[in-house]
Ligand binder design. Structure first.
Ligand code: AGP
Length: 374
């Protein structure tokens, strides 16, 4: 299949902008509306014979590398909430280095865009040897991970060419949210929450389209930041993963040091870095952690931090501590889906920073799209 850049200058740019469509494809045929749309269900064909086993697991263990790991981290809270099963996270290489415990009663979930990442594949072999149920979430039909897992879900995001993963990330989160809905489908007490999430999923492509309108604003921000040495990204709760993933994008393509920081850890070290020169991006969209993030913003401001705050539309006044603070407003969606919207401005920022700094967008130095050696 010949894929060209169409009207875009780079594949990464094209892949960022095609997310409303890739998300639609990811969900196609999987969100089923019964009758008046009151009885909605999630259908993940590749998992239907295994859901009972997954519900009875001792743990769900997510395993992946880089962006795929971050996507699993973003989905972890909703998996825990809807399944009631403890969810743990493993970076594939670290699991192998430690030879960490994997049990027969575990469900291990291997998340990989390419389905060929060596560390993730080795970790899959290790989980198979230990007798766990192995589930694959990949973007590549026929890939090694898709072939060797017991069951799985394809994210159907379409071919991703840019080394920096963008549309696969958002589709991975959506697939894992659907996995949470499928596992939690039997629980009556979750009903209202499940319906709200399903409604949110139907609306998600249009909300991402709205977030993409921030393109010019992120280009202006990139002009402001292009000569900086470093950028910190603070997040927590559902958006800790957004902070890690945003920082990964900035360092990977724009070749600028960037670090994702769990805001709850601020006083345990990172606060010492704050001064009037270092730019700090704080994700403070509306969810259960909002008031804690407001307090983080005030503490950073009190130490003269150079703040850029991402908040939900209409919240600018309640997050902005002073005129020096720049605000990025994003559309509000159901809390567990907010990471899908929130990553978009950060992807755009990383893209524009890369172009302005004159680096190779689609082939960052030293990196390969698929890491097939350990
Ligand atoms: C993403 O932008 C990176 N290029 C990288 O972290 C990637 O996500 C990682 O290598 C895992 O790849 P996979 O999803 O194909 O397994």
């Amino acid at each position: 299949e010949q894929i060209n850049k169409g009207k875009y200058e780079h594949y990464m740019q094209k892949e960022i902008h095609e997310q409303p469509e890739s998300l639609t494809t990811t969900m196609r045929g999987r969100l089923i509306c019964g009758g008046s749309c009151k009885s909605q269900t999630v259908l993940l064909g590749g998992l239907k014979d295994h859901l009972k086993t997954i519900r009875r697991s001792r743990r769900i263990v997510f395993i992946g590398c880089g962006t795929s790991y971050n996507a699993a981290l973003a989905a972890r809270p909703i998996l825990e909430e809807l399944s009631g099963v403890p969810v743990t996270m493993e970076i594939a290489s670290d699991l192998l280095d430690r030879q960490g415990p994997i049990y027969r009663e575990d469900t291990t979930v291997f998340v990989s865009q390419s389905g060929e990442t060596a560390d993730t594949l080795r970790a899959l072999e290790y989980a198979l040897e230990n007798g766990a149920l192995c589930v694959g979430i990949t973007n590549t039909v026929g890939s090694a991970i898709a072939r060797h897992t017991h069951c799985g879900v394809h994210i159907n995001a379409g071919c991703e060419i840019g080394v920096a993963s963008t549309k696969a990330y958002t589709s991975q989160i959506v697939v894992m949210a659907m996995l949470a809905l499928a596992i939690g489908a039997d629980t009556i007490s979750n009903q209202a929450r499940r319906e709200a999430i399903i409604d949110g999923l139907f609306d998600l492509p249009s909300k991402v389209r709205e977030a993409l309108k921030l393109d010019q604003e992120m280009k202006e921000l990139a002009k402001l930041l292009m000569n900086e040495q470093s950028l910190l990204v603070f997040g927590r709760g559902y958006n800790y993963a957004t902070a890690l993933e945003g920082a990964l994008k900035v360092k990977e393509v724009a070749l600028m040091h960037s670090e994702g920081i769990l805001a709850g850890e601020m006083k345990h070290g990172p606060l010492a870095l704050v001064d009037e020169t270092l730019p700090i991006f704080v994700i403070a969209t509306h969810d259960a952690c909002f008031s804690k993030q407001q307090s983080v913003i005030h503490q950073l401001h009190a130490r003269k931090g150079r703040l850029i705050v991402m908040c939900s539309k209409g919240d600018a006044a309640s997050v902005c501590p002073g005129e020096s603070c720049r605000v990025i407003e994003v559309p509000h969606v159901e809390d567990c889906l907010q990471p899908v919207v929130n990553i978009v401005p950060l992807q755009l920022l990383a893209y524009h920073l890369t172009v302005l700094r004159g680096y190779n967008v689609d082939q960052p130095r030293n990196l390969a799209k698929s890491v097939t050696t350990e």
